[in-house]
Design a protein around this ligand. Structure first.
Ligand SMILES: Cc1cc2nc3c(=O)[nH]c(=O)nc-3n(C[C@H](O)[C@H](O)[C@H](O)COP(=O)(O)OP(=O)(O)OC[C@H]3O[C@@H](n4cnc5c(N)ncnc54)[C@H](O)[C@@H]3O)c2cc1C
Length: 374
């Protein structure tokens, strides 16, 4: 174990920042690089749901990864708050996933045999809990462990923690390429010149594939545009997050609600469109009719780091020693930040990890490329 080692983390989103924090805590000398300002991409565009149950559709390694991270969240948020005085606004209020169609009801009921923390609720019970929800609800699942944070406040707390932990943060410093020496990744070429370290962590979100291409690795990742809007009502309409197919409404501590989100593969286009705003608003009003009276606050767009199989890339690739992958967290990067940080720290300081990383191995990118070629 070499905790005196140094690490460069490429990308100051939630994933890179939480890894940098965890590595610095273990005694490493860490430099965090971002092409812009820390936290300005997908990580502050997110709604902040910690949806280990609501977001998983079948059992397996991804569900285990999500639930592990969910367990870590409360103590992690409390630690960041105690360390910086900035609250990530962790709210433990659960998520109500409602069905409005027969097909959706069947899909939700199909999760009951394997999902660990869910309870079926009748339409009457739903309307008793949330009287403003539409009368069209057919029932749903109550996920009492799926909570939320406010991503903007979380990123502020993380950034302050990095400064306090002595992480060197270099914003507006894009990494142009990875540097290799004797078959090992030893550093990065930045707009400010070369930088070297014992480990280089790739956490560049949707932009990650651009840095591995030169080494013949086509990471099967792509940006998935997500547009959201926020609104405010005079009186609160919901006591917890309400989620249905294609739309969620997340009530925040300041009295606003985030309504999300579109999901479109449109390259790196981050424009917000009137059509998407109208569609989101329609869906929100279908779910909570009184929202038609809400005050419109703002709209924004972020680029999720999507992967073809929906799983993140965590760990190393034999062909590129020295490089550690922590990317492709798609719809769940806020949820998965603490577990990702712990796993990468374990990998860099001890060698073995508390969860099996095989299902998330970057090797599968090479295998996918081989399969495409044959
Ligand atoms: C609308 C929307 C709603 C979402 N809601 C949720 C939710 O409720 N719950 C949840 O868990 N997840 C949610 N997500 C997903 C979550 O936001 C992402 O999975 C997560 O933010 C990914 O974090 P990241 O750090 O990998 O990427 P990013 O936040 O995109 O960070 C990557 C960073 O790398 C930097 N970078 C890129 N290339 C370079 C380079 N060459 N050199 C230097 N820096 C570079 C970028 O500038 C950026 O700051 C949502 C996403 C969107 C868009």
């Amino acid at each position: 174990m070499n905790v005196n080692a140094s690490a460069i983390v490429i990308g100051g989103g939630i994933i890179g920042s939480s890894i940098a924090y965890e590595l610095a805590k273990s005694g490493m000398k860490v430099t965090l690089l971002d092409k812009g300002a820390v936290g300005q991409e997908a990580s502050t565009a997110a709604a902040g749901m910690l949806g280990a149950q609501v977001e998983t559709h079948h059992p397996g390694a991804f569900y285990e990864l999500c639930t592990k991270s969910q367990e870590l969240y409360r103590p992690w948020s409390e630690e960041l708050f105690a360390y910086t005085g900035i609250s990530p606004q962790y709210i433990d209020e659960g998520i109500l996933r409602v069905a409005l169609t027969e097909e959706d009801e069947a899909e939700l009921r199909g999760r009951l045999p394997w999902i660990r923390h869910a309870q079926w609720v009748s339409p009457e019970e739903i309307r008793r809990r949330e009287p403003q929800l539409t009368e069209a609800v057919r029932g749903g699942l109550w996920f009492d462990r799926d909570h939320q944070v406010h991503p903007i406040h979380l990123m502020l707390a993380l950034r302050a923690s990095l400064v306090k932990r002595g992480v060197t943060i270099r914003e507006w410093t894009p990494v142009f390429r990875l540097l290799q020496s004797q078959g090992r990744i030893t550093g990065v070429q930045t707009s400010e010149g070369p930088l070297y370290a014992d480990h280089v962590v790739l956490a560049a979100g949707a932009w990650s594939p651009a840095l591995t291409e030169a080494f013949g690795m086509q990471l099967p990742m792509f940006p998935v545009q997500g547009q959201c809007l926020s609104i405010r009502t005079e009186a609160p309409m919901l006591t917890s997050t309400a989620f249905t197919k294609g739309c969620y409404i997340v009530p925040k501590q300041d009295g606003s609600c985030i309504v999300g989100a579109t999901q479109v593969e449109a390259g790196f286009d981050k424009r917000s469109t009137a059509e998407a705003v109208a569609r989101l608003q329609d869906k929100a009003v279908q779910l909570v009719p009184k929202l038609k009276e809400a005050e419109f606050l703002r709209t924004w767009t972020g680029l999720r780091p999507g992967s073809r199989d929906g799983l993140p890339f965590l760990g190393t690739w034999d062909q590129l020693p020295g490089l550690v992958f922590a990317t492709g967290h798609y719809r769940n990067g806020i949820l998965l930040a603490p577990v990702t940080a712990v796993l990468i720290r374990e990998l860099l300081t001890g060698g073995s990890t508390s969860l099996n990383l095989a299902p998330f191995s970057p090797e599968r990118a090479a295998e996918a490329a081989k399969a495409r070629a044959t």
